[in-house]
Ligand binder design. Sequence first.
Ligand code: CMC
Length: 445
Amino acid sequence: MDLKILPSQQFINTYHPMSETAKISLQGKEIELPLIIGSEQEVGIDISDLRAKTGAITFDVGYKNSGATASAITYLDGELGILRHRGYSIEDLAENATFMEVAYLLINGELPNKAQYDVFDQNIRSHTLVNEDMKNIFEAWPTGSHPMGQLIAMISSLSSFYPESIGTVQNDNQKLLNVYRLLAKMPTICSMIYKKSLGHPFNYPQNKLDYVSNFLNMTFKHVTEDYEIDPVLVNALNKLLILHADHEQNCSTSTVRLVGSSHANLYASVGAGVAALWGPLHGGANQEVIEMLEIIKSDGGNVEKWVEKAKDKNDSFRLMGFGHRVYKNFDPRAKIIKKACDDVLNKLGVNDPTLEIAKKLEETALADPYFIERKLFPNVDFYSGIIYRAMGFPVEMFTVLFALGRLPGWIAQWNEMREQKQPIGRPRQIYTGEILRPYVDRTKR
Ligand code: CMC
């Protein structure tokens, strides 16, 4: 096999201890903590010895300031709106690469040459079929159940179809087989979920087709009709998948790494990542955005009213598709998607009034002091749903498409975590409950 898992040495080289240190003074005692610096000069304070030396822990709810790992996969500067994978800018990749090249890049560390690409592509094509028994699982789902609930279970179920993936000691070939299988079967599973929602028979994969075309064919081909794969859809989806391919230590990726740190298998770890992605504050936002735009449209399109609601702290409404934990500038992915949105809708001849509402909403929010002061900008989910809908996907499938795109990132991060031999992830806490008290008999309470 051609694919190589990066050696852990790569991890060591990505950050260097500095001679400078940070000093902490705690209850009359001063200790020095080493600094580490990343390849883009990001500085971190290494607190590995903090508890041993002081008895204290750090407290950072939501990990707003805490680095959980060093990683050589994705670089993100939220203040400057920069996103790069393995050194390549997201703009460059979205413009020029295929999704499969980006998947190879994330997992393997370098863009493939032609021979490497062909081997990778061929390996994935040869594993697209899922076990026929999977259909039995689909039969058990109530029609109309949410696609993301199904996706979590279906991905995890691959560990049952490939029990050898569960073993903690695996040689490189076994590890690679899991990677190929997961990448290859994901589009098949996603399309089966879509077909199930319609009550239609599944389409088998066609291995002569490339990754994106195969997915579109399995999804949109009606068994009784011919289906012509539209290159506009292929190009648009290729770009969208690239834009979602990795985003360093976000909620779902951190989940994949955390679950994998207990040496849970790849399928179970990624299944857990899909669960984290489903939440409306994370990948589930793309569905929420379209639903929000539809509500605003049916309410008369008064965007100012909805921007005011989003600012009102007594109102639970938030502007979905706006704001980001790390971007305090334009999300570079949102810029690319906004442009692609106009382009795709024009090419497909779709006139979607929610696009105009979205643009007006963006304009109004970006001029409002509330959003300016808090540095809230449109994120990747703001315009993506409009494209997905124009392509023919129902809203419930939007987050599934996010997951399809994010898969190479999850795999690359899981591999890196295991190669780094990271210890099991296990945060500490500050206990705020009752202190020791005696048990009192029930009749005397
Ligand atoms: N609408 C209105 N106010 C907002 C929004 C929003 N979308 N996002 C943040 N704020 C306010 C928030 O109320 C807070 O105000 P204050 O300082 O007065 O309390 C301030 O901005 C900071 O927000 P936060 O919630 O502390 O920021 P966070 O980093 O914890 O949360 C977020 C980030 C993405 C969860 C949040 O911005 C949000 O809920 N956005 C809407 C959901 C969304 O679009 N999620 C998709 C994110 S991009 C895809 C992905 O990678 O997951």
